[in-house]
Design a protein around this ligand. Structure first.
Ligand code: 5GP
Length: 372
């Protein structure tokens, strides 16, 4: 019989942090670098916990090159072919932060339908300097995913494995007990995702993180909150709900290092100017970059040679206002998180959930008088 879960389900916009007495005198005293330990992966990793999504637009070498300076992670998109010597040498030679356990801040990605033998060949290559794998499918409840996780873990006991996506504690635990170090949480919250519209499936992201983090931590695993962050405050809220990592697509898109051409458009402003004796509205040029969902029709055409007939597009294409270098974006996010930490009294990134009390609110932004 149909059941209704009549509990309160919350999104980032439904809560605000309660400020608390703090021992921090300045945001500079907040340490945003955490030393991560994993259930299976035998090394530790010092990181700020922010990850670039493995989307074709944001999971790029160029983003990786910048983010690693901030100890932020990039999940490279799966369309880089590492049998290709150009990509292979790039990953092996071009990164500054390489250490004995590989490119510290780099994951490679795969899906269920990708060439497993080719992936295993790459990962078995002793000279391949990435030891972190993101197994990413939209519906992490598929039994084949558990099988693949078990197989990869058995073959590569020392690999850092992140798997997703799910939104419930039971499946989070299943994936961790099958061999995942990190489970990716989020169905439908992504900025260019239309899953909720097309299928009616999904869960508000803050509640999903709260449940999955609790479940993961109970069995020694970690979670990555994937999707739905629109500003630094949302990233802080994801950490506050218990996420160990936070994955970003849209927030890092539109930057120099994201892939895609810069589009220039004439946009009409509200400002009147005089032109040839007449008052006309001022036109100004604005720059945009294209950003698209990995299940959008555009992505299917670009990367998979067209849409399979049994599928429907679960992603959209948008134009994001040009933001300059991704360096400015990551600095702003880290600045915001430091500030959150100073408001709630969290000295270390790991302490954020312990120091978090959320107010439930019905409005988080005060933009009544127009946006800046
Ligand atoms: P954002 O940070 O832009 O809100 O969300 C990024 C996340 O959206 C990605 O990491 C991925 O999980 C999800 N995503 C990316 N493309 C698509 C798509 O086409 N359809 C759906 N359902 N989700 C997508």
């Amino acid at each position: 019989m149909t059941q209704i879960k009549d509990t309160t389900e919350l999104d980032f916009c439904d809560v605000l942090f309660m400020p608390k007495r703090t021992t921090l005198n300045s945001r500079n005293e907040a340490d945003v670098i955490r030393e991560y330990k994993f259930k299976y992966y035998p090394h530790t990793l010092k990181s700020c916990g922010i990850m670039a999504a493995n989307m074709a637009t944001t999971g790029t070498f160029e983003i990786n090159n910048v983010l690693q300076k901030y100890q932020a992670i990039t999940c490279l998109h799966k369309h880089y072919d590492f049998q290709d010597t150009k990509n292979y040498s790039y990953i092996n030679d071009n990164f500054e932060n390489t250490n004995s356990n590989g490119n510290a801040y780099t994951f490679i990605s795969t899906g269920l339908k990708d060439d497993k033998e080719k992936l295993f060949k790459t990962l078995s290559d002793k000279n391949f300097k990435v030891d972190k794998l993101c197994i990413d499918i939209a519906n992490g409840y598929i039994p084949k995913l558990l099988e693949l996780v078990k197989e990869v873990r058995a073959k590569f006991p020392h690999l850092l494995i992140m798997v997703g996506n799910v939104v419930t504690g039971d499946m989070t635990q299943d994936l961790i007990l099958s061999g995942a170090d990190i489970v990716k949480v989020g169905i439908g919250p992504g900025s260019v995702c239309t899953t909720r519209k097309l299928t009616g499936v999904g869960r508000p992201q803050l509640s999903a993180i709260l449940e999955c983090a609790d479940a993961a931590h109970g069995v020694g695993g970690l979670v990555c909150a994937d999707g739905g962050c629109t500003c630094a405050g949302d990233v802080a809220k994801a950490f506050g709900a218990g996420a160990d990592f936070v994955m970003l697509g849209g927030m890092l898109a539109g930057t120099d290092e994201a892939s895609g051409d810069l589009i220039e458009k004439n946009v009409q402003t509200n400002q009147l100017i005089e032109e040839n004796g007449k008052l006309v509205l001022l036109q100004k040029k604005e720059k945009y970059k294209q950003f698209y969902g990995m299940s959008s029709q555009l992505a299917q055409e670009k990367h998979f040679g067209g849409m399979a007939c049994y599928r429907a597009s679960e992603g959209k294409v948008v134009e994001i206002a040009y933001k300059g270098s991704v360096e400015g974006v990551i600095m702003e996010i880290l600045g915001g998180i430091r500030s959150t930490m100073s408001y709630i009294g969290a000295r270390r990134l790991k302490d954020i959930p312990k120091c978090t009390t959320f107010y439930r609110v019905n409005r988080q932004l005060n933009e009544i008088f127009g946006k800046s």
